[in-house]
Design a protein around this ligand. Sequence first.
Ligand code: IMP
Ligand code: MG
Length: 179
Amino acid sequence: MKNEAVEKILITKEEIEKRIDELASKINRDYEGKEVLCVGILKGSVIFLADIVRKLDVTVSMDFMIVSSYGESTETSGQLNIKKDLSTDIKGKHVLIIEDIIDSGITLSKLVEILKEREPASVEICALLNKPERRLAHVDAKYIGFEIPNEFIIGYGLDYAEKYRELPYVGVLKREIYE
Ligand code: IMP
Ligand code: MG
């Protein structure tokens, strides 16, 4: 079952499914009677987004962005590069950013700033994974699936050189693949 690039499976398919059910219940309660615009950050979030929206019973719409932070990953002051922006106006809307992982936090902290300038009713973050040890910029994420150690992981949307996104679990990438 395990892909040959995977050192070990960190989070199984079943564990992900169970946690998504829990997160979705929380979102359903918090947004009861409201409409939520789920903003998926391409490409890493697509599998997580596809799974979680199907568990929501609030009114959902979806949009997508491609963003990256300029320069060195240790540079917290740089600009956010928006490669693909939203196709809808978010003014007055409840925005829920769906992300695969919060690593340094630089991308998300800047993205939240930019989206808030567009005067949405609210902006929250739902991230499947969190690597707190790597944090350089402060990010307030209301919904987090799992806290994970500082290892390079792949699967369930996350890639290494655009590969392994299709794996149904989250696994640690073998060192020999990237060293
Ligand atoms: P940051 O929080 O601004 O550092 O950026 C997070 C982005 O880096 C995520 O959206 C992922 O695309 C990518 N990333 C961070 N850690 C990993 C990992 O362990 N595996 C794969 N991609 C990662
Ligand atoms: Mg990525």
